[in-house]
Write a protein that binds this ligand. Structure first.
Ligand code: SF4
Length: 779
């Protein structure tokens, strides 16, 4: 059943009437507006939200009298960033004015991959796309169209794809990033963690980071909160094989052997339980499965974990004691990009169980709860019932996200034409070649398509393979859907609005979706005339109009600002049992371990290193390498390698080498960064370099690509996410492999150095807490 336009407007009015009664809703004014830069010609400061990465900090665009964007500042009323921006946020205007931008709709005339196109009109482009989509739907069914979206601009098209009838919608935020973590926490507490991670930096006494890279994975708001916590005297434990920016601030740095995190987590649980340091009341009242957990971790002693992780047992013990001392004000950061080894949901669960033992979920200083903010549903006609998914979410991978999908599952299904043929892909603000591992397979999958459409801003590598290219307006040139943030102590909504007019023939996402809908006969999914109408409708839930918040860009909603559990009332967790599940019967029923178990990874082959990759504060994924300012700061990436290993191999800091992976794939050249701050078994590089599209004049062939060295993945059986740190590389110099003879002795030396730097202690298990019998599941 569809709703009419009159009904739609009526619903908006009712919602506005109801919410406007809320006296607690407030808008901050620009009263103490810091002027900052004062260009002579600046005539306007327009608030909006950044999209140089996915955090969407508040910005102010400084525009001159000719409508040119001169400079971007932070929006001082943004509740999380308070006027601060990172280097990328400050450089956004260079993306809008990038001379390499996609300027017009393009249709392929050469072979896929050749990059030969002809310019076409929007009418021709959209007619071509929609004719093809109709034919494919008729022949193969709506589910044979795969949609790969990213960002709030793609939401409109996502609604359209649902209206079209396909269930095959997938973005890498789940399978290549945070999905497994959310699965682990949901199975334990009944809730996803969400974004930004709700760690209570303001109140925490001790932060625990396991593969969390604040300072490199930059979100301005979280960086600020982290910095304030350190300044306030909060302690920090960092677990990371690499001496990261966060590790540099840590009280304890635990550079464990890559892939052994779960052993460390189980040993921490052992100490907390067997030394009676855990939060007994919290566990007694709100958790189930404690006895099974206690039995399970009985043999997971610090000595046991020391052998596996390469860390001194005393360091494991000391850090567990720190947690016991500071609970419940211990913030275990759930991590962000956590798709590492294929056992990632269980590691996420181990982190959640640790958080439970510390009694810090839903408590000040631990993990706070997300809040509610009203926003009416998208006004749409009823979607048709979709057919079965192709990506395995909910079937092969029982805990895979039905909302975010499994990108690699959709690539596999297209590649193998199993469970059915996928004949069209529409990629929207996503980069399928750089963000999904095994790009060869992705390209082979593209070869199976009858239609490959790319909606993007820049001619990234995927553009070379497209049948049709639609140039999107940048985030500085368009309205997008309302951005609501529930994982803030006071939830808020922010608008994105145009600061400058769309350049060339680029079009905003909402326009592309609406025009496509018209041609597909799906207008009922767009029951609004203008984007301003639509935003008014959504804002009506907050009792405001678009016009009323255009001068601030932000509206806070502080109706229910206490993001912690009220322990004076009964608490029901959204799990199957209604309690925190230390032991998961659900997992058991699916045939998985009900309590996480440490599973050793394959050894690093002799002469090779485990390839790790990550982020830099200068670039976002593979998205910003062509930005003139950011390219100037960081034109290419480096390969981190342990100094002891490098010396043994005769390598010199700054020299260029190539890498070859276990399957014989050779990288482009990359410079060495020789440092003691990385585990000898591992090398590390920043993701997103070695762009392979010659149309990106600055970024083309700078540095090496981690993605192209990922010809293997371990797929997480719970979530379907891709563990990508299972690839090994060796160093090639002057065309010859440099063999690491005696790698084992280098690792032994690294362990010895660590051991000698910390006082020796041994765990004492009080007799009264010891139990007869063996661990049921083992570690
Ligand atoms: S962290 Fe930086 S790039 Fe990301 S949204 Fe904020 S300012 Fe923009």
């Amino acid at each position: 059943m569809s709703i009419t336009r009159r009904e739609f407007l009526k619903r908006g009015t009712i919602a506005a009437g109801a919410i406007s009664l809320l006296s607690t809703t407030k808008i901050k004014g620009l009263t103490n507006y810091p002027k900052g830069w004062k260009g002579r010609e600046r005539v306007q400061e327009i608030p909006s939200i950044c999209e140089m990465c996915f955090w969407r900090c508040g910005i102010l665009g400084n525009v001159d009298k000719h409508g040119k964007l001169l400079k971007i500042d932070g929006n001082p009323v943004h509740p999380l960033t308070h006027g601060r921006l990172c280097a990328r946020g400050n450089s956004g205007h260079k993306t809008a004015y990038d001379p390499d931008r996609l300027k017009y709709p393009l249709m392929r005339v050469g072979k896929r991959g050749e990059g030969k196109f002809k310019r076409v009109s929007w009418d021709e482009a959209l007619n071509f796309m929609t004719d093809k989509l109709k034919n494919i739907k008729e022949e193969y069914g709506a589910e044979s169209v795969g949609f790969f979206p990213h960002g709030i601009q793609a939401r409109f098209f996502e609604h359209l794809m649902k209206g079209f009838g396909t269930p095959n919608i997938a973005e890498p935020a789940f399978a290549q990033c945070r999905g497994s973590r959310d699965v682990g926490y949901k199975l334990t507490f009944g809730n996803n963690i969400g974004s930004p991670e709700p760690l209570d930096f303001e109140n925490t006494d001790l932060m625990v980071f396991i593969g969390t890279h604040i300072g490199e994975n930059v979100f301005t708001g979280q960086n600020l909160q982290f910095g304030n916590a350190i300044e306030r005297g909060a302690k920090l434990i960092v677990v990371d094989p690499r001496f990261s920016v966060a590790a540099a601030k840590a009280d304890y740095w635990l550079p464990l052997k890559p892939g052994t995190d779960t052993a460390l987590l189980l040993a921490w649980m052992h100490v907390l339980i067997y030394e009676n340091l855990y939060d007994k009341k919290y566990i007694r009242n709100y958790a189930i499965g404690f006895d099974q957990l206690k039995k399970h971790v009985k043999s997971c002693t610090p000595d046991w974990a020391a052998e596996i992780t390469g860390l001194p047992a005393s360091l494991i013990l000391d850090t567990a004691h720190e947690m016991g001392k500071h609970l419940p004000k211990v913030g275990v950061h759930p991590g962000r990009h956590v798709a590492w080894y294929g056992n990632d949901s269980q590691r996420g669960r181990a982190m959640a169980i640790l958080t439970a033992l510390l009694g810090s979920y839903g408590r000040p200083g631990g993990i706070y709860l997300s809040s509610k903010i009203p926003a009416p549903h998208y006004p749409s006609a009823k979607n048709p019932k979709p057919g079965p998914r192709a990506d395995g979410a909910g079937t092969i991978y029982p805990f895979g996200s039905l909302g975010l999908g499994i990108t690699n599952g959709l690539v596999d299904a297209t590649h193998d034409e199993d469970p059915y043929p996928i004949k069209a892909w529409i990629v929207y603000s996503q980069n399928v070649i750089q963000s999904i591992p095994d790009p060869w397979k992705t390209k082979e999958a593209i070869d199976k398509l009858d239609l490959f459409v790319v909606v993007d801003i820049l001619p990234m590598e995927q553009f070379l393979y497209a049948d049709l290219v639609l140039p999107e307006a940048t985030y500085l040139e368009r309205y997008d859907d309302l951005y609501t943030v529930k994982n803030a102590k006071i939830p808020f909504a922010a608008i994105r609005q145009p600061i400058i007019k769309p350049l060339y023939e680029s079009k905003p996402g909402w326009w592309i979706a609406k025009e496509t809908a018209k041609r597909l006969g799906l207008e009922d999914h767009f029951q609004w005339d203008t984007i301003e109408d639509y935003l008014d409708y959504r804002l009506s839930a907050l009792g405001k109009t678009l016009k009323e918040i255009q001068n601030t860009g932000i509206i806070e909603y502080d109706k229910d600002p206490t993001p912690y559990y009220d322990f004076s009332k009964p608490i029901k967790f959204k799990t199957r049992s209604g309690k925190i599940e230390l032991y998961s019967q659900t997992l058991k029923d699916y045939g998985f371990d009900p309590i996480p178990v440490y599973e050793p990874l394959d050894d690093v082959p002799k002469g090779y290193f485990r390839l790790a990759y990550g982020r830099s504060p200068i670039h976002s994924f593979a998205r910003t390498q062509n930005n003139e300012i950011l390219h100037g700061y960081m034109p290419d990436n480096y390969l981190w390698i342990n100094s002891t290993v490098a010396n043994k191999l005769g390598l010199v800091d700054g020299e260029y080498v190539n890498l070859e992976n276990q399957d014989g794939i050779l990288s482009d050249k990359i410079r060495l960064f020789i440092t003691p701050g990385i585990h000898p078994e591992s090398v590390f590089m920043v993701h997103g370099f070695d762009q392979k599209s010659p149309f990106l004049k600055l970024a083309y062939k700078h540095g090496a690509s981690d993605t192209y060295l990922m010809s293997r993945v371990n797929v997480d059986p719970l979530s379907g996410g891709t563990g990508m740190r299972v690839n090994f590389v060796r160093i090639i110099k002057n065309g010859q492999p440099i063999m690491v003879s005696g790698a084992v002795s280098v690792v032994a030396k690294f362990k010895k150095t660590l051991k000698s730097s910390v006082p020796k202690k041994r765990i004492v298990v009080p007799e009264a807490t010891q139990e007869a019998g063996e661990s049921e599941e083992g570690c």
